[in-house]
Design a protein around this ligand. Structure first.
Ligand SMILES: [Fe+2]
Length: 420
């Protein structure tokens, strides 16, 4: 994955040239200062290959322009960290809260999501200036916060950094969707390559009984990973490997997209309405299948993990294969036991678990309580991480979630198997 190599990320961090107004005065503050600079630089690095025109486009309601992602992540720090905690902080532009609030009702009214692509102004230079303004203030806050407020400052800062990392992945998935609408198939990164999955075969045995899932560590997690709790798992197998394009082609050649009995009712309705006959971004040329990637249009590689499939497709494939999808609890237990390959860094893996609160879940109070809890309806959980997930943003208990029809994310399939 050349585009995301740690060495390039480090060099990008040193290129940001944010001059701290005040030198952080101890190791903890310095570590957070460095983490902040590194994450912010990674966003700019990902936006780097994109020109001003690229950064304005919004190819569908679910996808946002790169410029909007860069501004929204900055607004997050301004709104939730600087305004409450940095005395005398001067808002960069009073109009930006309306433009760049995403869905935080408690933080005030906001611009309609499907209309983000109409924001030619503020232009790219203004968004860059916004980022620089907020970066300087965050650095100032880190250096000046008194010991009594530091814990809360760092708590919000940490959420903001993980939030920005989520948007870093969206920058890539959203621009890929935009580029896929362009007949000349633009290249984001000519060196981009999907990682080859481990070529393991067969199913690992998942022991039945009571297991514990959810976040139990000391570090950061999102509230939807809590509380840790016990689950009862049946005896089952879980595929060691990811489903490949070669396997998906078998499904297609066997009429997978033309056999209603394989599909959930909503899935079949979507197949017909969207005329699906292959994964997202696949296109046929002279009898061969190609797929749109961040490196442009490339031939479908048989041994690469299938990508850009929806939950509906994952479910239909599993039914065709005479298998199942793992539950998110099965996935997490298998991952923790080291039973599966390519859990992280290739494709997110759909589970058959609806995105629901864990028993005893309570969303945080205030605006940040809107982060996860209010979306716990009509979505399915994906586990693992993808080739577009930034380094340091993956863990066993992480719960990603999207509607069952979504396929513009780097989403793939791992099967489960139950004894007869
Ligand atoms: Fe956001």
């Amino acid at each position: 994955m050349p585009a995301l190599s740690p060495s390039r990320r480090r060099s990008a961090a040193t290129q940001l040239k944010i001059a701290p107004a005040v030198t952080p005065r101890d190791d903890t503050r310095l570590a957070w200062h460095d983490a902040y600079i590194a994450v912010r630089a990674e966003t700019e690095r990902r936006a780097g290959p994109l020109g001003p025109e690229d950064q304005v486009v919004q190819s569908m309601a679910d996808a946002s322009p790169t410029k909007w992602h860069r501004a929204h992540t900055t607004w997050f720090f301004e709104q939730f960290l600087l305004l409450p905690h940095l005395p005398g902080y001067q808002v960069f532009d009073q109009g930006f809260a309306y433009l760049f609030n995403s869905y935080y009702v408690a933080a005030g009214p906001r611009h309609a999501r499907p209309r983000r692509g109409l924001l030619t102004r503020p232009d790219a230079a203004a968004v860059k200036a916004f980022r620089t303004h907020v970066d300087a203030a965050v650095v100032r806050l880190l250096a000046s916060a008194n010991e009594g407020q530091l814990a809360e400052v760092l708590r919000i800062l940490e959420i903001g950094l993980h939030h920005e990392q989520q948007h870093q992945e969206l920058i890539l998935t959203d621009i890929l969707h935009a580029f896929a609408q362009n007949p000349v198939a633009p290249v984001y990164d000519a060196a981009w390559q999907a990682p080859p999955p481990v070529a393991a075969t067969g199913f690992a045995e998942l022991p039945s009984g009571v297991h514990r899932i959810g976040w139990r560590g000391e570090g950061f997690c999102f509230d939807n990973e809590c509380p840790a709790h016990e689950v009862l798992l049946p005896q089952a197998g879980i595929a060691r490997s990811l489903v490949t394009n070669a396997q998906w082609l078998e499904f297609m050649l066997d009429g997978g997209y033309a056999t209603p009995s394989l599909w959930l009712s909503d899935g079949w309705t979507t197949v017909e309405a969207e005329a699906w006959r292959a994964p997202g971004y696949w296109h046929e040329r002279d009898g061969a299948w190609f797929t749109m990637t961040l490196a442009g249009s490339v031939p479908v590689a048989p041994q690469t993990a299938v990508c850009h499939v929806s939950y509906y497709e994952a479910d239909a494939f599993a039914r065709w294969a005479g298998k199942d999808l793992p539950s998110e609890a099965q996935w997490e237990v298998a991952c923790g036991a080291g039973l599966i390959d390519d859990a992280f860094g290739n494709v997110w893996q759909w589970t058959r678990s609806a995105y629901l609160p864990y028993p005893g879940y309570r969303a945080a109070t205030g605006a940040l309580g809107e982060y996860n809890g209010k979306f716990m309806i009509n979505q399915m959980v994906l586990r693992g991480s993808s080739q577009a997930t930034p380094a340091g943003h993956a863990r066993e208990s992480y719960r990603n979630f999207f509607p069952p029809s979504a396929r513009w994310q780097f989403s793939g399939v791992r099967l489960a198997d139950y004894p007869e």
